[in-house]
Design a protein. Structure first.
Lengths: 240, 240
DNA sequence: GGGACGCTTCGGCGCCGGCCGAAGCGTCAG
DNA sequence: CTGACGCTTCGGCCGGCGCCGAAGCGTCCC
């Protein structure tokens, strides 16, 4: 037992990919589900392009990132939903006290507030908006969280009538809980969460605001959420 | 954005705790859910006691381990189920190719086979046994995995009649899937999984074999699983 | 009390890994 | 064609971290 444990070595290597400030910042940034260029990430992380290039090499080699070369640009994104979930889970584990720090400027404060109201979490909706939708689904008996985390039969039907196609064939679970790091409660993730988010953005129920992950509900979205889920008012604007 | 991202620093620090061969080996060993002494872990990991002592200090300070001092012994165990899940999730992510290596000896081969048949995964049952039970629950409509991962109402009732007390009040989800790293399929975890495992060991349906995490089904367990879940034969002995 | 034992602290060693700037390569625009 | 641009490779620097053995401390057993 004491000699060369490949399991441990693999685990350490995987964690080692994340165990660096700069790489961690990249992974968190990429949690918006979109593809970033190497230069954008370098500026975001505050290191030289040469430094970041090496980091990307390691992340890609380790299977955490997928890359796509276009002309002189190198686009990278999270390899798949599993990786996104892993990063989310780890990030959710870091003590809230570490993350909560007073904003340094008005701009930063308002950006933070926008993220707290609504944002994408890889491929699904999070923040106050994400939990409001998840709670509404639960209240209507479409989702059950009391004995686990799964859609009910009525829930599957609801997704159909809402015009949100669900692919039951995929290897991904249809529904799973994802711990929201601003709300500290679970919101809907998995194939259903991704489908709902995609539909909401396509149909204009929500729009991306700013350059990042923040998302806001449109007037049409308000109507739809009211009609389909009985959500009255604008609970996603209320501060926790 | 480019200056001092506490979120990233926290994530990197957390991952850094796991990103070491020796500490990873400890965490994996502690996944058996029991408390180990510092010396046992040092021998297991193949490093000097002094080295391991420092590792334990960091893991405890980082909140991954809980410690209990008894006389001249220092017992440590995983801090809670969240940490266990985190380690499991990470371990499940390391490529199977890395882990699968031919056994070096007959003893090692038979130990591996015993683990593949049945073992504890922190506080619930895993391996072939874990997935067999999970599948039986699913087949009987007690657990649904098609739209997520949750007990059904019939499932909650079943746990009651099976003499397995469930505490619905806890903050832990009643049921969640945990990816089995030998079966590569999910098995039942969460409060229900833990309760089932506890009951199975208490009632002698299963017993621990050897010194580690391996678990075997007793004749009485066979009868119970047949009566309560309609499991015929000994599917947990069949090699995948 | 004495000795064995388990754990911890400390100093020192060596290595690995992150960082940068300089230089080079391919791509795109004018 | 030429220059700007994005990315990569390389060399070199530096700090941090994991390792050990020696020494010390507390506990347990005889």
């Amino acid at each position: 037992m004491s000699t060369e444990n490949p399991q441990a070595a693999g685990l350490a290597a995987l964690a080692g990919l994340i165990a660096d400030r700069t790489r961690a910042a990249c992974l968190l940034a990429l949690l918006d589900g979109r593809a970033w260029t190497a230069g954008e990430l370098a500026r975001h992380a505050g290191v030289a392009p040469s430094t970041l290039s090496e980091h990307l090499g390691r992340l890609v080699a380790g299977g955490l990132l997928a890359e796509e070369r276009q002309g002189r640009h190198r686009y990278v994104r999270l390899a798949d939903a599993r990786v996104a979930q892993l990063v989310e889970d780890l990030a959710a584990q870091v003590p809230a006290a570490v993350v909560r720090r007073p904003p340094r400027s008005l701009r930063e404060a308002s950006a933070g507030a926008a993220l707290a109201r609504g944002r994408t979490c890889y491929d699904h909706l999070a923040g106050r908006l994400g939990t409001v939708l998840t709670d509404a689904l639960t209240r209507r008996g479409l989702l059950r969280q009391d004995t686990g985390f799964a859609l009910t039969d009525a829930g599957v039907e609801w997704f159909g009538t809402a015009g949100v196609p669900l692919d039951p064939g995929g290897r991904r679970p249809l529904a799973r809980g994802c711990l929201d790091w601003t709300e500290r409660r679970p919101h809907l993730a998995g194939a259903a969460g991704a489908a709902l988010c995609r539909r909401a953005l396509e149909a204009g129920w929500c729009v991306r605001v700013g350059s990042g992950r923040a998302v806001a509900v449109t007037p049409s979205g308000e109507r739809v959420f009211s009609d389909l889920l009985g959500i009255s008012g604008r609970p996603w604007l209320e501060t926790g």
